[in-house]
Ligand binder design. Structure first.
Ligand code: ADP
Ligand code: MG
Ligand code: MG
Length: 926
């Protein structure tokens, strides 16, 4: 005989058939209702029809398995016994709620139906039982209304259409001169029931089902039917929920929160979901049914008031709060109803929370010995740390501004945090306005390297074009600035010095205040107060003592635990001493990428750089380079000193040289004057340097191969600085990195120069230091020939920004026209410049690492692309066996946490892998 399948799981009394682990079969709501019964909480009895029935229903032409009916009747009988009432019994009726419940909570599914089982007979029983005809008829009319809407489909057809039941209800009130529903008497409500039923008959051609059993099967069918409605399908697609999962149906005896002033209903979180504080947090209403609290028709009271209003119930609830937390070891979200002084639990699930709260709760729960450090780390999404690090807008002020229509537009949340300031439309204006002491938001169509100083002077950066890895976004993150990028609705007009907004009649002038939220992408008109994060006050501005900040202490505990667990190092991308020391405060263990050219825009040195570039002869070039040498040396001394013994990877010159040349006529004639040549000649020179495809052009080590004197100067600046700093007793570990190598020969040529110059300098200065020479792997050919390159290179650093460009054969700067669409249409799972393309680009990382270590087993390997601070990419790097990741300073804590999670997630995989293996082998033995 075939094994009997259970399609129906009873819950109630002291023992349920199901439990929390059975979410797949019972749905989230059903599994947790069962669990609450099992841990002794008061739950109205009921039963769950499993998700397997849903699957069966769709595989069998919308029919139910034949065993279902008997199983359902049996469970219903048990519920009747428990509650001491009969379904359809006109003297003592049992009423039910019918609730959908998928594995994951899902909007788009059927709304809950309450008070099912009422008809003209049973309503009389309800009146006798409660002695309250008004309550009975109000329940009845609510039931007919819900059933008519949800099961029979009597709802507004579009947004202009009116709800047919509301029309009838309003007419009734108008006719009697009432304003409120509560003014309707029992007789009015009784009339409404009839009028509702008439409307249903007119619209559907069918009578409203009066047999409770028919009502029940109708509702069950509607729940299963809603699994395939359009909204649910769209939601599943967006959230990759498989259609095979199906939904369960929960059928539960009703309890009533609207039976007078000793009844009520509420929702609550076991801790504050916004701040994470360990306080009870929620709302309730007296004399109300469930939906009234969330519907917003009446203003609910904070849960703490219940302590005064009904201390007995509050005490019970508070006990339940602690039972739930001890049992689930999580912050839970609960729904409850009080019927005539008796408390009933209707739902519980793990509560949603802000990033801030997630971190606080996880750390607190470790300290309360509820969970382990590992659990805490696995519970926090690394990006949630942003909420601890960045300034934020006062939440109340922000929502006030938005409801006052101040939201201008939304762009990409490219640099998290909040900033308010005066609009500056050029980098120069930004600098000037900031010099006067005003907070500034730099607003540009897009930014370029020459805007660096203005960006640095601004609180925040807003661009109309460009993606998450555009110049603006990249630099903003490195500087720790707030940034909203790619805000396409903005019409920035440099001539009229104004910003307009598409589809809105608003103009913001230069000098007026705007506010940008880089965590959400919102751009808001006017000034909003911001609060600096306490972690920043402790670590960066050092205006707060660690012991005075509980937020900082939470952060510190979490970071210490992460550091204990992780094995991969975290470095930072920094070009200046101040960035470097910020990064150390955030826990960086070295610099993974110092872009020498970023310093070229500081002070007046751009002039020397330009002279060097437009030189016609080697003598001229050397003269210009010798102007640059002391400046670069000074920068490196600052960085080596700030890094105090940590390794510092310095990349030799990388970008195409014309990026540094002037564009405006004014600047060109200025430079021509300094060089003593005519503006025409200079213009011709600049034009001759034009490239069709600069990304693949004259850049990277190709510059040093053609102009070895540039590499010589840079090597000299680095080694001289290192020796000078070492002489002061500070440890130095320079790692000189050659960019864009595609062939080992290129590397050899550059390495020879570096080693020769280093030897010379050390001899001149009479002091030896250790240094490494290595390369970036950012071309597919370099990854494929990594074994050859590693014979000479002492370390690899994957430059995954360029490696992504060259692997995909696309230019990031030109990708704005198609890449967003690729992501939107899911041609690519995500932007490969944000999260590393593990299958393609990642494969080259794996190949490069393996081949490199085949000829140099101890080869140090890291990553310095923007991916180094993106959590899923960090986890990939750990699996690929990298020694470190390097990312912008403000992402260092995120990378540290991600690196710890990488270790734990791999351990988890191993464990479940070995479990599966065990299961398999034990089966074999049988
Ligand atoms: P959702 O999935 O939208 O939260 P629920 O199934 O939780 O829907 O139902 C919504 C509300 O209906 C609940 O919060 C509760 O107030 C009320 N409700 C559901 N079942 C019952 C019941 N058996 N007795 C009383 N109220 C109920
Ligand atoms: Mg609910
Ligand atoms: Mg590169």
């Amino acid at each position: 005989m075939a094994k009997k399948i259970n399609y129906v799981y009873f819950f109630g009394g002291k023992k349920a058939d199901g439990k929390a682990e059975m979410k797949g079969l019972l749905g989230g709501k059903g599994a947790n209702l069962a669990e609450m019964v099992n841990i002794g909480l008061p739950v109205p009895s009921g039963f769950t029809i499993t998700t397997e029935v849903c699957t069966y229903y769709y595989q069998n032409n919308k029919k139910y398995p034949k065993e279902l009916k008997n199983q359902l009747l049996k469970a219903l009988g048990k519920v009747e016994n428990h509650m001491g009432a009969g379904f359809g019994d006109s003297s003592n009726p049992l009423l039910l709620s019918v609730r959908s419940g998928a594995r994951a909570s899902m909007p788009g599914m059927m709304d809950t139906i309450l008070n099912l089982g009422l008809n003209d007979e049973t309503v009389k029983g309800l009146i006798d039982k409660t002695n309250n005809p008004r309550f009975a008829y109000d329940s009845y009319r609510r039931f007919v209304q819900m059933y008519g809407d949800v099961v029979l489909g009597l709802k507004p057809v579009d947004k202009h259409d009116e709800d047919p039941f509301e029309v009838i209800l309003e007419n009734k009130k108008k006719k009697n001169g009432f304003n409120l529903d509560t003014e309707l008497s029992a007789d009015h409500l009784k009339e409404l029931v009839e009028e509702f039923k008439t409307a249903i008959k007119e619209k559907t051609g069918h009578d409203f089902p009066s047999d409770p059993m028919d009502q029940l099967w109708g509702a069950i069918g509607a729940v299963f039917g809603s699994w395939m409605n359009e909204r649910a399908i769209v939601y599943r697609k967006l959230n990759s929920i498989p259609a095979e999962w199906g939904t369960a149906v929960n059928i539960q005896s009703m309890v009533f929160g609207n039976m007078g002033e000793d009844s009520g209903t509420g929702v609550a979180f076991t801790r504050d979901a916004a701040t994470g504080e360990n306080v009870f947090y929620g709302e309730y209403l007296f004399n109300a049914q469930g939906e009234d609290v969330v519907a917003g028709t009446r203003t609910p009271h904070p849960i703490l008031e219940l302590k005064k209003d009904n201390p007995k119930i509050y005490k019970q609830l508070d006990e339940i709060r602690s039972v739930l937390e001890k049992h689930y070891k999580e912050m839970m979200d609960i729904e409850f109803t009080i019927q005539q002084g008796k408390l009933w639990m209707l739902q519980c699930r793990v509560g949603k929370r802000t990033g801030f709260a997630a971190i606080k709760m996880a750390v607190d729960m470790v300290k309360e010995k509820l969970i382990s450090r590992e659990d805490a780390i696995l519970r926090i999404e690394p990006n949630q740390l942003n909420q601890l690090l960045r300034p934020i807008f006062d939440p109340a002020e922000k929502s006030k501004a938005i409801s006052n229509g101040k939201l201008l537009a939304k762009g990409l949340n490219a640099g998290p945090g909040a900033a308010s300031g005066k609009v500056a439309l050029s980098a120069q204006d930004a600098e000037e306005m900031a010099a006067k002491g005003d907070p500034v938001i730099l607003v540009r169509i897009e930014t370029s390297p020459e805007d660096i100083k203005g960006m640095n002077a601004s609180e925040g950066i807003l661009t109309a074009r460009g993606g998450m890895t555009s110049h603006a976004a990249l630099v903003a993150r490195q500087m720790g600035k707030v940034c909203v990028a790619g805000c396409g609705a903005l019409k920035i007009n440099y001539q009229s010095r104004t910003i307009g907004v598409e589809g809105k009649n608003i103009v913001v002038k230069e000098g007026e205040y705007i506010s940008i939220d880089g965590s959400t992408g919102e751009v808001i008109e006017g000034k909003l107060e911001t609060k600096p994060s306490e972690v920043i006050q402790v670590l960066i501005s050092k205006t707060l003592k660690p012991k005075h900040s509980s937020v900082y202490k939470t952060y510190e505990s979490l970071m210490n635990w992460a550091d204990d667990i992780r094995t991969m190092k975290v470095r930072t991308n920094a070009d200046q001493p101040d960035q470097a020391s910020n990064a150390i405060s955030f826990g960086a263990e070295g610099i993974g990428l110092c872009r020498t050219e970023h310093m070229f825009f500081g002070g007046d040195r751009i002039q020397s750089v330009r002279k060097m570039i437009v030189s016609d002869t080697i003598e001229e070039r050397k003269a210009a380079l010798s102007e640059l040498l002391p400046l670069q040396r000074e920068d490196f001394e600052g960085i080596f000193t700030a890094m105090n013994g940590y390794p510092v990877t310095i990349r030799t010159l990388d970008p195409p040289l014309h990026e540094f040349l002037p564009h405006s006529n004014k600047e060109i004639s200025e430079l021509a004057g300094q060089l003593g040549i005519s503006a025409e000649k200079l213009k011709a020179k600049i034009e001759s340097m034009h490239e069709f495809n600069p990304m693949l052009g004259f850049r990277g080590c190709r510059l040093g191969v053609v102009y070895p004197e540039i590499t010589e100067m840079q090597a000299r600046a680095i080694i001289e600085a290192a020796v000078n700093v070492a002489k002061k007793g500070i440890k130095v570990k320079p790692e000189i990195m050659i960019p864009l190598v595609g062939h080992v020969k290129e590397f050899e040529l550059q390495e020879d120069i570096v080693r020769r110059v280093a030897k010379e300098v050390m001899k001149e200065k009479g002091k030896k230091i250790d240094y490494l020479v290595g390369t970036m792997i950012e071309l597919p050919r370099a990854a494929l020939t990594a074994d050859e390159i590693a014979e000479r290179a002492e370390f690899f650093s994957f430059g995954t920004n360029d490696l992504t460009q060259t692997t995909f054969g696309l230019s990031r700067d030109d990708a704005g026209k198609f890449l967003p669409l690729y992501v939107q249409q899911e041609i690519l799972p995500s932007d490969p410049f944000e999260s590393i393309d593990q299958i393609g680009v990642g494969q080259l990382v794996e190949i490069g690492t393996a081949k490199g270590r085949s000829t140099r087993p101890k080869l140090k390997v890291g990553i310095c692309g923007e991916h180094g601070g993106e959590p899923s990419s960090v986890e990939f790097c750990y699996r690929a066996g990298l020694d470190y990741v390097s990312c912008s300073p403000f992402r260092v804590p995120i990378a540290r946490l991600a690196a710890a999670r990488a270790v734990l997630n791999e351990l988890k995989k191993d464990k479940s892998g070995s479990k599966k293996k065990k299961k398999k082998s034990s089966k074999k033995k049988k």
